[in-house]
Design a protein around this ligand. Structure first.
Ligand code: GUN
Length: 281
């Protein structure tokens, strides 16, 4: 039996329609949503991600401003730009694309972003609010995964959820969001022993590691929901962290790569920016 596909492309398109309608209403009221995206250096992957974010904003009717800074930008210059954006009332969301060049301290930069404009949800106040169950901004990728599960009608209360990868951007906030919806959560990391046995217990398996095809069908519980956050390039072709062909024969639901979590991440960035505008009114 083949798993049902959870199409991020389709879900994202329908959410973006609602967002565009709300953006138009807010614009009429004189509060056009504004997002500033800051890119430092010339990492080609980051450049593609940032372009996609800016283009999604424009399509949704937002004001979108991209700041491109050279690789040798100083910490003071970057912090200065963030402070200027904090003070700009036409900007509701600020995103500094990570990773930053090595000489820059990303913690300092992120803590400089006003927590009320931190649409990535990376600021320590937002991480703390998420942890204590009162989130202001949820990090976009885990927020997108939660939306996919909700819109697909997956029951989370009492479900065994296993998250593989414990990053600040995906794994840790993902575990918190699942926990808050009543799932029993296991958060695996690179030192986890017998990863396979953890995976095999999962009713919901979220994989965010960045290693192509590491989760195979034999590691999946029959009927499980498999969410693949990985975006890897192998021989010029995109693939996830899950071996789609073997996994889809065992899973009940599965997200493809591309066309799964990716489009949802950008959608939730737009959603967070709308939420920022609404909170500022
Ligand atoms: N780098 C990889 N993912 C992200 C993200 O969601 N936000 C930012 N700012 N940088 C990233």
């Amino acid at each position: 039996m083949s798993a049902q596909i959870i199409s991020g492309t389709e879900l994202a398109a329908s959410i973006r329609e609602t967002i565009a309608t709300r953006a138009a209403e807010l614009t009429t009221l004189g509060h056009k949503p504004g997002l500033a995206v800051v890119l430092v250096g010339d990492d080609p992957a980051s450049r593609v991600y940032v372009r996609n974010k800016v283009s999604a904003c424009e399509k949704a009717g937002f004001k979108s401003v991209m700041y491109e800074m050279p690789e040798n930008t100083s910490q003071d210059a970057l912090v200065g730009l963030v402070q200027q954006l904090n003070a700009d009332p036409s900007i509701h969301g600020i995103l500094v694309q990570l990773p930053l060049p090595k000489h820059l301290d990303s913690h300092v930069v992120i803590e400089t972003i006003s927590a009320a404009k931190d649409v990535d949800g990376f600021h320590i106040s937002n991480a703390g609010l998420l942890m204590t169950g009162k989130p202001l901004f949820r990090p976009c990728t885990p927020y997108g995964v939660m939306k996919m599960l909700e819109l697909t009608g997956i029951e989370l209360r009492g479900a065994e959820a296993v998250v593989i990868g414990a990053s600040n951007i995906v794994g840790k906030p993902q575990a918190m969001l699942l926990l808050q919806q009543g799932a029993t959560v296991t958060l695996c990391n690179s030192k986890t022993k017998d990863l396979k046995s953890h995976c095999q217990r999962a009713d919901i398996l979220v994989v965010a590691v960045g290693r192509p095809n590491m989760i195979t069908g034999d590691m999946i519980k029959p009927g499980a929901v498999v969410i693949d956050v990985g975006i890897n390039r192998v021989d010029g072709k995109l693939c996830g962290d899950v071996d789609f062909d073997s996994a889809k024969e065992v899973a009940g639901w599965i997200t493809p790569v591309p066309g799964g979590v990716g489009p949802m991440t950008i959608t939730m960035l737009l959603q967070n920016t709308i939420e920022a505008v609404e909170r500022s009114l």
